[in-house]
Design a protein around this ligand. Sequence first.
Ligand SMILES: [Fe+2]
Length: 433
Amino acid sequence: MPQLNTPKQERTVEPISVGELADAYTHIRRFTESLAAPLETEDYVVQSMPDVSPTRWHLAHTTWFLETFVLGDGAPGYKPFDPAFTELFNSYYNAVGQQFPRDRRGLLSRPTVREVFAYRKHVDDHMSEWLAGDGPGMAPEKLPIVELGLHHEQQHQELILTDIKHVFSCNPLHPIYRPGATARDGVSQPVAPIEWIHHDEGVRRIGYVGGGFSHDNEHPAHDELVHDFDIANRLITNGEYLQFMAGGGYERSELWLSDGWATVRDQGRRAPLYWVERDGAWHEFTLSGLRPLDPTEPVCHVSYYEADAYARFFGVYLPRENAWETAAADVPLEGRFAEDGHFHPRPAPRTGATGPVQMFGDLWEWTCSPYVAYPGYRPQPGALGEYNGKFMVNQMTLRGGSCATPLTHIRRTYRNFFPPNARWQFTGIRLAR
Ligand SMILES: [Fe+2]
């Protein structure tokens, strides 16, 4: 048995230059606003379920993050835009103070959308002045917090999309966020069968190694024994999921974890979120509106329980987090976010692929690993220690990154996490055995 390395908390982070940070700041902040651009004012304020936040809240909260942790905490001469926003747009930081209840964000008609854009401009003006070196000096220790604030903003860019998708899905008019390509025409376009990629047992380095940005939950990098496994070269398609449904997948209690089965019964679940049956044919609500289900696209908006039941149906299982990371080691990072203007995962390949596909930039992939700390993990001190660490219970880890994840936000070691019943994110299924 090879010797396992003892994890160490220390990590080397190459400081990002102020110039790079200033460019990224402008790009990312503007991009957030471009995501809101297709919306009408009425769209900005709706909260369609407790997990969903109104677009207006995302625009304000990301600004609050920068104001609270960068400007409001030591920037010489900075005056908050409105002190009442400290509580209103605090998501969950107890060290900062009270928070307006998450499930009531949709009750707020004020501040108006226009005022929130003015709030963004107020903070952006101060941040840009500082990053350009034109204003009073600020401590260089703030630079990593600005960088964190931009990655935080990118997380919320994805949430803006997933949340407005849910909001629109509740509207019988089926509003279109952005017109997109229609589904591929054929009902029976063949896709290549799954290929299984084998990995031998071995000790693997797990967690982030390198000098760039990473979240604290990707640390410390450490060695893990990864047992041998096969992993599917691609994601499960809508067509394959239809076979699970036709085979009684939602009626057979033996396929389901207890909590998942309770949800199937209590909520009458019988298909993935956003699937709509019309005239005997399945349709799918997308950010490009309601369209016929494309059997070659990966099945999307499934819960952990659905992914797990699907795997049991075929006598296999979902990959462990460390196996997924091992399988992704040599896969180039990809992301299609916004570049082509559509937010759809890519269809399965029609011909046999060599190596894994759809690992980055299509769907977040459920793993069977609970979201817990790596050995030796310590949250960073202060309020920002609440960013990731306090959620390390009752959630499952997802890997990869979706068609709504910005490319510069995708990493092999990135650990996303959601409760096992959550379905409103772009989540899909990759099998292992
Ligand atoms: Fe946040």
